[in-house]
Design a protein around this ligand. Structure first.
Ligand code: SF4
Length: 377
């Protein structure tokens, strides 16, 4: 805990904020890629410590938020199959697909279980050898190694009743897609420290070189975030581009080589649709041919009926950083964590949920829409 408190030290955060204020000579716009960083920024008021002309826009780095409707619909269909057990992370159970969510599927009789890890689903499969057990696996390169380990272990054991519904995504192609958007305002990135802990940051080097912008690997505590912002602005102000690592206590350039080897063995890179962003080439991980027998999409058939996203929800624009969550007309009124219209309000890492929890706002007339969250952990 000592280590954590060092990275939350108010005097250190204040001195970094002051250094940022002295450093910048013009407006700059940075994107933090990761939803966990967005939450920390909102929770600790990092954006309010910055000069008004240093803007942070919130990227698509919330795995639950970007999981496409069609993947959720497939999970719901599997949950409705006789004898099937559908497992996933708890957040995924509340995310609406086009025909309801997994909690509804459970209420209608499906065996839907919230687990902390795909490895726990192996235990379920061993305990129920007469039933098909499917883990609905989402997330970035951070969670993919545990998925890879689960399917590797299932193959070692010959666990024939276990399979994966895979919806893993990769960060670098999404960054490229955001940079290609015609209205892109991003001048520098704060790269997600936990993703880089696994993958290292060599994949970002060609992006920084080709786009001539800074990418700074950044952690999640207030001092980490301010240090990442400070380094990014130093590079922008001096006309530098490239990748810098401001999360050195966790991240090495080559990442976790054992985890990367396992990912390369189990997965192959595929095109993947992102909720709100569309199909991004080479942005997904699918099971490689050697593990295709464990692909739930091959074991189950699906009806292929999918409805469009809610017309009212603007989560696609939120995920692209085009608007802030509180610029959505439904924010805090028709859309709340209790009654979410979109995935960015459902997920604990979603930008809309972060604004709802940490950023008090006032109705045009009347009392604060929701209380200050100081008592929340
Ligand atoms: S506030 Fe709700 S409706 Fe608006 S973009 Fe966010 S999730 Fe969608």
């Amino acid at each position: 805990m000592k280590h954590q408190s060092e990275y939350r030290a108010p005097e250190l955060a204040r001195s970094l904020a002051d250094a940022i204020a002295r450093l910048r000579t013009r407006p700059w716009t940075l994107m933090e890629v990761c939803g966990g960083q967005t939450h920390a920024i909102l929770r600790y008021g990092i954006d309010r410590l910055l000069p008004a002309d240093v803007e942070l826009i919130h990227g698509p780095g919330c795995p639950v938020c970007v999981t496409p409707l069609e993947s959720i619909d497939k999970a719901v269909e599997i949950a409705g199959q006789p004898g099937a057990i559908l497992c996933s992370f708890g957040d995924m159970l509340r995310v609406p697909g086009s025909r309801g969510d997994l909690l509804t599927a459970r209420a209608e009789g499906g065996d839907v279980r919230a687990l902390y890890s795909p490895l726990d689903a192996l235990t379920v499969a061993r305990d129920h050898p007469d039933r098909q057990v499917v883990f609905f696996s989402v997330g970035f390169e951070t969670t993919a190694p545990a998925t890879a380990m689960a399917v590797w272990q299932a193959q070692q054991e010959g666990l024939g009743n276990f399979s994966l519904l895979v919806s893993h995504v990769r960060v670098p192609p999404a960054m490229e897609a955001l940079l290609d958007a015609p209205d892109c305002r991003i001048q520098g990135f704060l790269a997600a420290g936990h993703v880089c802990t696994v993958m290292g940051y060599t994949e970002y080097e060609p992006i920084a070189a080709a786009r001539r912008l800074p990418i700074v690997v950044t952690g999640f505590e207030p001092v980490d975030l301010l240090a990442g912002i400070h380094r990014c602005l130093q590079m922008l102000e001096s006309g530098q581009h490239g990748v810098e690592n401001e999360y050195r206590r966790m991240v090495r350039r080559e990442g976790n080589t054992a985890a990367r080897r396992l990912l390369e063995q189990v997965f192959q890179v595929i095109d993947r649709p992102w909720r709100g962003l569309g199909v991004i080439p080479a942005s997904g991980l699918g099971l490689s041919d050697a593990y295709a027998d464990f692909d739930a999409e091959r074991r189950f058939s699906f009806s292929r009926v999918s409805a469009p996203e809610s017309a009212e929800c603007q989560s696609g624009r939120v995920l692209q950083g085009a608007i802030k969550p509180d610029q959505c007309p439904a924010f805090g009124t028709r859309c709340t964590p209790e009654h979410p219209l979109g995935a960015t309000m459902v997920s604990s890492e979603g930008a809309c949920a972060a604004y709802y929890r940490y950023r008090p706002t006032v109705r045009p007339s009347g009392p604060p829409l929701y209380p200050q969250p100081d008592s929340q952990s």
